[in-house]
Design a protein around this ligand. Structure first.
Ligand code: ZN
Ligand code: ZN
Length: 407
């Protein structure tokens, strides 16, 4: 048997069979439960019998990039450095986009497995994640969004659109995720990678609640592909980057606390800076609103007074100092504000009302970012063994569980 591999201080066995780790974006567990109840996810329904069904905690902020990077590095943001889409560079005095691989502080399990001679493939829905997930990787790596632009040289594969047999979908569509699943099946059948990572987009989950026809159709589609991977003999680990909740009142109107407006009113205009690390180039479906914000106090503000004021706002679940947040959520302290603010389950946090364009919100707001979206599924198509019952499982244990704990 080959030597195990150590990555970021954790040891992994090499895959014994093609192993696929799937990150289903925004997969609140209730989506799967409801699809099973509706009879639309027969493969997932049978996992309790022949596989393993567990629940884990994702990383807070419960956003896409921090969690995808945690899953592929097997480590929290304090190790890999990505804790949102933006941070505020206090020296430069500017908001900095953290989508560039130069902000990564740790290698991925994927890149290290490839270096050890394993055949590795990565397929993402959106292209913004591809560069981060594929950093240092010798193998196949491409996004559904730019599937028509793949080259052997850049992506390790060519003509994937013809192979998948689907046109390149819109970035705002369920089909973008379907393309990921379909490409995964094609790769599994033809290239047969030893290790594959598939990451979808939460377009459907932002728009549709669990049990709705649109949500069930998405999970029926996913179930079909999972059954296909299973039939091909792959080991499957299915998890999520975060859950998803309605951020609305009983009438479906958004519950939004505009933190910058409130702080400006109380402490003076621009005496503090609210930064929402969920902000990204694709905000149409959530208006850049989630349940997590960081606050930079500048020179003049007394942290105590601001903390106390924020804690008194209805809908705010917790206000943590940089030290408290870094410790509790395992975050890099140099990339978060002096304060971290969490919204309650039904509350989204905004900066200034004038900075959010809600015109694209044609359905009740659903989003994530807080502790209330931390529970995610950890599903396997094999029986696992040797997991201590007291262990707190994380979504970033997916590779460990799939490679080291097969019964
Ligand atoms: Zn996500
Ligand atoms: Zn999202």
């Amino acid at each position: 048997m080959s030597q195990p591999l150590t990555v970021n201080a954790r040891t992994y066995r090499l895959p014994a069979a093609p192993t696929i780790v799937i990150c289903v974006d925004g997969c609140e567990q209730e989506y799967i439960n409801q699809a099973i109840l509706a009879g639309q996810a027969p493969f997932l329904a049978k996992l309790v019998e022949f596989g393993t069904v567990l629940t884990g905690d994702c990383v807070v902020p419960s956003f896409t990039n921090p969690n995808n990077l945690s899953i592929v590095t097997g480590a929290p943001p304090s190790v890999h450095g990505i804790c949102g889409n933006f941070f505020f560079d206090e020296e430069a005095g500017a908001e900095v986009l953290m989508n560039d691989p130069k902000y990564l502080r740790a290698p991925s399990i994927l890149a290290e497995m490839a270096r050890a001679g394993q055949r590795v493939a990565v397929v993402t829905a959106k292209d913004k994640l591809r560069a981060l997930l594929g950093h240092g990787l010798q193998g196949i790596c491409f996004s559904a969004e730019k599937a028509d632009q793949v080259t052997l040289e850049q992506n390790g594969i060519e003509r994937i659109v013809e192979r998948v047999g689907m046109p390149v979908p819109s970035v705002y569509s369920a089909e973008l995720s379907q393309f990921v699943f379909a490409a995964g099946l094609s790769l599994l059948r033809e290239e047969r990678p030893d290790l594959m990572y598939l990451s979808t987009t939460d377009y459907v989950q932002h728009k549709h609640a669990p049990g709705t026809p649109e949500a069930n159709a998405f999970y029926a589609m996913m179930d079909h592909y999972l059954a296909g991977y299973h039939a091909e003999g792959a080991v499957l680990a299915i998890t999520a980057d975060h859950g998803m909740n309605a951020k609305t009142d009983a009438a479906g109107r958004p519950n939004i606390v505009y933190l910058q407006d409130r702080l400006d009113e109380q402490f003076g205009v621009r005496s503090t800076r609210v930064l929402l690390p969920i902000t990204d180039p694709y905000v149409v479906h959530h208006g850049a609103l989630g349940s997590y914000a960081t606050v930079y106090l500048g020179d003049s503000q007394a942290a105590g007074a601001v903390t106390e004021f924020l804690r008194g706002i209805n809908g705010v679940e917790a206000v943590l100092t940089r030290a408290q947040a870094s410790e509790r959520f395992e975050l890099p302290p140099d990339r978060i504000g002096e304060l971290v603010v969490l919204g309650e389950r039904l509350t989204a946090l905004g900066s200034a009302a004038s900075q959010h364009d809600l015109s694209g919100l044609n359905v009740p707001l659903r989003s994530h970012g807080g502790v209330s979206e931390q529970k995610v599924p950890l599903l396997f198509n094999r029986k696992l063994s040797g997991i201590e019952s007291a262990r707190r499982l994380r979504n970033f244990d997916a590779f460990d569980l799939a490679l080291n704990h097969l019964a």
